[in-house]
Design a protein around this ligand. Structure first.
Ligand SMILES: *Cc1c(COP(=O)(O)O)cnc(C)c1O
Length: 468
């Protein structure tokens, strides 16, 4: 399987070439040159596989430059009940008739990002070892991504993590999760500023190409193809659990921000998994809901980007969205480039032609939005009726899922985080503290290891140079 860019550069690269990369050189995103098709016989064979074997089968279709025995070992080591809590890895929880949650957030940081990031940690260590190279991962986080990256990379050979976060602005729980890590290859830098300051420092360091090359600076952001690919697996796993036979169709509802999670659903559907609808849910930051309703994609400025109680969906633009649009446009790289490079950069938006917009129907996408009041109501209702406590992001997904439920089509709502991460809103909704998974009880009391620094890219560079 080869990979090319969404912006017209036809250079073909192997999986291992793009594993450690971010954007393609022309500024586009990598996609496989075609999606492997899965027929009925294959689906039947996969239905009964344990998660790690299913993951191996799916990944093998996209990765042909890692020896199968090595890939199998990496995947088997990643998806264990010790790390993810159950032997199903992503078990379903029934709510009302025809509707189920798929639990994706029982990994070490209690959010679905562990599903992909844990694999990425093992793939990075393997590939760097094979090349005899090392990598210094630099990132900025306001919570979920940074902790998932740190728990995936801790103790990995050849990898250091330098993670910037806004000093004193994360929740006590999030700080404890990250800062209690004592692994020498994990470096937490608490910046005396806001999240945007952290991101600006990452940009400044990455724009110093000489420094970047000398210290082998890399990232693990959501545009990484391997992260997206790892997420394809749980759409299959959810389908097999929700159905008896491969003649049935299901729909998935996905709390969305950067469009990585639901893009994996689009890939699974393109491979032939019988998905009827991909229901995209946003919070008040409704860039994507607006697009699927109108055909206009308009990125928001920071003044228009709301801080909400489902913070991991607070985006101004959706970094993986270009992948879907490329497919929608019949894989026309020139047109994709015009929309995302010229139109978005010059005017902050694009609008599809009527003919292009009509094609969305062929891809199963529908959308909706949810507000803080909706989240509170949905969390309260789910608790009262089913005794199930859900987090704020999952609540957005569930609210929009119900608006698109159809009789006879099971609806699977992806649970993207556990309520323990968002205690304040849970208390506001139901008047009690969320349950804590045993492994996280008392983490606030553990010794913390972090470095406080001013908003100063040069100081961060010096720190990296000293500790890389
Ligand atoms: C990252 C995240 C999302 C959004 O996922 P995307 O892949 O960016 O669309 C939703 N919920 C939670 C809890 C997250 O951490």
């Amino acid at each position: 399987m080869k990979y090319t860019s969404t912006r017209g550069d036809r250079t073909e690269r192997g999986f291992s070439d793009i594993l450690l990369e971010g954007l393609a050189p022309d500024g586009g995103l990598y996609l496989p040159t075609q999606y492997p098709k899965v027929d009925a016989a294959t689906l039947a064979k996969w239905r009964t596989l344990p998660y790690h074997e299913l993951a191996f089968e799916i990944l093998s279709l996209f990765i042909d430059d890692v020896p199968p025995a090595d890939l199998k070992r990496l995947v088997t080591r990643t998806y264990t009940s010790e790390v993810f809590g159950t032997k199903e890895i992503t078990p379903l929880k029934p709510l009302e008739d025809g509707l189920k949650l798929e639990a994706l957030s029982n990994g070490p940081t209690l959010a679905f990002k562990d599903m992909a990031m844990q694999l990425l940690g093992n793939l990075f260590e393997y590939e760097l070892g094979r090349r005899g190279e090392s990598l210094n991962i630099l990132g900025a986080t306001s919570g979920d991504t940074g902790s998932a990256a740190e728990y995936a990379m801790r103790g990995k050979k050849g990898v250091n993590v330098f993670m910037l976060s806004p000093h004193g602005r994360m929740s006590a729980f999030q700080q404890a999760q990250m800062f209690s890590l004592q692994d020498p290859n994990i470096h937490n830098i608490a910046v005396e500023g806001v999240f945007d300051d952290c991101q600006d420092i990452v940009k400044a360091v990455s724009n110093d190409l000489a420094f970047k090359r000398r210290h082998k600076i890399g990232t693990v952001n959501s545009i990484n193809w391997a992260r997206l690919l790892a997420q394809v697996v749980y759409y299959f796993a959810g389908y097999f659990q929700a159905t008896q036979s491969n003649d049935e169709v299901v729909s998935f509802a996905v709390p969305s921000g950067n469009f990585g999670n639901i893009c994996a659903g689009h890939v699974a559907r393109s491979m032939g998994l019988p998905i009827k609808r991909l229901v995209l849910a946003t919070n008040e930051n409704d860039v994507l809901d607006e697009f699927f309703k109108t055909g206009t994609y308009r990125v928001r400025g920071s003044a228009e980007t709301h801080e909400t109680s489902s913070p991991s969906m607070d985006i101004s633009k959706a970094s993986n969205f270009e992948r879907f649009v490329f497919d929608l446009l019949g894989r026309d790289g020139a047109r994709t480039k015009q929309l995302f490079k010229t139109d978005v950069e010059d005017h902050g938006s694009f609008t599809l032609s009527a003919e292009e917009f009509k094609r969305i129907q062929n891809y199963g996408f529908v959308s909706g939005r949810s507000t803080h009041a909706d989240r509170l109501a949905t969390i309260r209702d789910t608790w009262q009726r089913f005794g199930v406590m859900i987090d704020t992001h999952t609540a957005d997904g569930l609210k929009v899922a119900r608006e698109h439920a159809e009789p006879g089509v099971p609806m699977i709502v992806l649970e993207t985080a556990l309520p323990a991460k968002f205690a304040d809103t849970i208390v506001e909704a139901i008047g009690r503290q969320p349950d804590r998974p045993a492994a996280t009880v008392g983490i606030e009391q553990l010794p913390k290891r972090f470095q406080v620094m001013r908003v100063d890219a040069e100081a961060v560079k010096a720190f990296i140079a000293e500790n890389a």
